[in-house]
Design a protein around this ligand. Structure first.
Ligand code: TRP
Length: 337
């Protein structure tokens, strides 16, 4: 049986938070245990350089993200788990794709257009001010990540759908120019059931809003952050609405349907915010306690993380190297004899 190849990248430019967990890490780890799929999960550290040019931060983020995935029980026997920068074939394919990708296609990329719009709104005489070639051609690198392994499915957030469409475009272009079916056209997988978690202030939990709850902060810090979650000013005894309540939403992401229904009932009965916060803290802490310990142990053993990632890269390169070798011949860069 040929397995469906599922591939996704995690940009290593921050510290993982509960929103990342619920929206991306948890579903990916669940998928890693499904033996009808072949997962490829990688640290998109080349992508990280576009946004983060502080070497210490990039390095720290790579370590934290790798430790997080391992602590949460990623099955690295099944999944290929590697660093993008450990697979030089990504860059080589990226160049070949750059040479078939229309510049006009990149002009239409949302991230680039948003940066140009921000410059225009800010009154800059140069619409491309502060925009690097890395940012501009970001979708080509992403296409190389995906096409290098002929991924069938790419689980992503909504904001990334356009990039998958561009990868299909670029793949089609290459196949057409070089007259062959070299690349599989990938499909974006946007899971409607996956929750988008709200942050401390009630907006989407995101590093850019500075409203996150880090996955593995200390117990004390976790309690402090849960207490900071914004509520309305209804008193204990007054009935409360669970819908639209951030505390309820976060709680629901960690309990089953019965647990959520029970909490909804207690809202109607007028539970006080202090008590809700205690319950939410207990629940989160219960979930995070064990992985938190594993996470701390992993951070103290970077050599172990390094060896896991190196093994992942070896497996990845065992596929990528012969493929790129073939593509070299296809474009006319093969050996003479
Ligand atoms: N751009 C993606 C993000 O920011 C990360 C990423 C890089 C990725 N390469 C990828 C996702 C390939 C899927 C496939 O979320």
């Amino acid at each position: 049986m040929t397995k469906t190849r599922v591939l996704t990248g995690i940009t290593t430019s921050g510290t993982p938070h509960l929103g990342n967990y619920v929206g991306a890490i948890r579903p990916a780890i669940e998928a890693s245990r499904d033996d009808t799929v072949q997962p490829y999960f990688f640290l998109a550290d080349l992508h990280a350089l576009i946004k983060a040019q502080d070497p210490k931060r990039v390095q720290q983020s790579r370590l934290e993200i790798a430790a997080t995935w391992l602590a949460l029980g990623l099955d690295t026997d099944n999944a290929l788990f590697y660093r993008q920068s450990d697979v030089p074939e990504v860059n080589e394919l990226c160049w070949m794709l750059n040479c078939v990708c229309a510049k006009g296609l990149m002009n239409r990329a949302h991230a680039y257009k948003a940066a140009v719009a921000a410059n225009e709104e800010g009154g800059s005489p140069d619409p491309d001010r502060g925009i690097s070639m890395g940012l501009f051609s970001y979708p080509v690198l992403m296409a190389a990540d995906i096409l290098l392994f002929n991924a069938n499915r790419v689980p992503v957030g909504r904001d990334q759908i356009q990039h998958i469409e561009m990868a299909r475009d670029i793949a089609g272009r290459f196949n057409h120019i070089y007259k062959g079916n070299y690349f599989t056209l990938p499909e974006a997988q946007v899971d409607e059931r996956v929750q988008v978690l709200n942050g401390l202030d009630g907006r989407k939990m995101s590093k850019s809003y500075d409203n996150t709850i880090p996955m593995f902060c200390t117990e004390k810090k976790l309690l402090k952050l849960v207490r900071k979650i914004k509520t309305n000013s209804l008193e204990p005894g007054e009935p409360k609405d669970a819908d639209g309540c951030t505390l309820f939403q976060i709680y629901s992401a960690f309990v089953d349907q019965a647990g959520a229904d029970d909490m909804r009932k207690r809202y109607q009965e007028g539970i006080g915010w202090g008590e809700v916060k205690d319950i939410v803290f207990e629940c989160l802490n219960e979930h995070l306690k064990e992985p938190r310990e594993r996470y701390q142990a992993l951070l103290e053993d970077p050599a172990h993380i390094e060896s896991v990632l190196k093994q992942g890269a070896e497996r990845a390169r065992a596929e990528a190297a012969p493929f790129v070798e073939r593509l070299r011949s296809v474009v006319g860069l093969g050996q003479f004899v």
